[in-house]
Design a protein around this ligand. Structure first.
Ligand SMILES: [Zn+2]
Length: 240
């Protein structure tokens, strides 16, 4: 037996009462476990292992999959179940973590990101800002953080300069180095992206004009995913 905190990012029903859960854990990365009798009435585990719940689990080694023996709820998204836009973002997070996390490898930064994202989502953060912060911070965790402090070619850093953003080159390119067909990226958006990578998500709503800047630039962020992973993550429920 071993304990672990976990975020439930997927579930499949199995037979009449059992379920397979996909979990994100800090120490074991993505983990698939089975949970028995969870769909029987009065199951003591049922309410604690819904999608997007953050839980503290006790797991027993199983032949194939390990088995949940007890579950204690840390945080649930019950409060936003009637808010489609927020719920959709939770699905988007689960879909991204499921596709991009590794099985059997410690991923504490990824777990911490999920934890912060879910609690901010529940606490009223602006959805498009949360989406941008999630996507940028996930790029960082995965080692693909865009270079936002200087031109990736000549290293020029100048607040008055016109910059372009290039997923292929990995970040900003200034006007002198040029970028045929590049995407112009204004200084305010650069500043927001930097902040999205450094300040707690809950504080992003305090930045003036942040919501519009995020909405205008999220497509550029999606292009980094397209370049590195061959696909965009945009749909939430629809995209899963
Ligand atoms: Zn340059």
């Amino acid at each position: 037996m071993y304990p672990t905190p976990a975020i439930v990012i997927g579930r499949i029903n199995l037979g009449e009462a059992d379920r397979i859960l996909t979990l994100l854990t800090p120490d074991y990365g993505k983990l698939r476990v089975s949970i028995r009798g969870v769909r029987k009435i009065k199951s003591r585990l049922a309410g604690h292992v819904e999608l997007f719940c953050q839980v503290r689990l006790m797991l027993a080694k199983g032949k194939n999959l390990d088995v949940v023996t007890s579950a204690e709820l840390i945080h649930s998204l019950d409060a936003i179940l009637d808010q489609p836009e927020r719920l959709n973002l939770a699905y988007l997070m689960a879909s991204m973590f499921d596709r991009l996390s590794l099985e059997g490898e410690a991923q504490p930064e990824l777990y911490a990101l999920g934890e912060e994202f879910l609690s901010t989502l529940d606490g009223g953060g602006e959805p498009v800002l949360l989406e941008l912060a999630l996507k940028l911070r996930l790029l960082e965790v995965l080692g693909y953080q865009p270079e936002l402090s200087h031109c990736v070619i000549c290293r020029r850093s100048d607040a008055a300069c016109i910059y372009y953003l290039s997923p292929e080159k990995g970040g900003l390119i200034d006007e002198a180095c040029g970028l045929a067909g590049g995407y112009r990226f204004d200084q305010k958006a650069i500043k927001l992206w930097r902040l999205a990578l450094t300040v707690p998500m809950v504080r992003l709503s305090d930045i003036e004009g942040a919501t519009k800047l995020a909405a205008d630039s999220i497509d550029l962020c999606d292009q980094f995913y397209e370049y590195h992973f061959g696909r965009r993550f945009t749909g939430g429920l629809l995209g899963v």
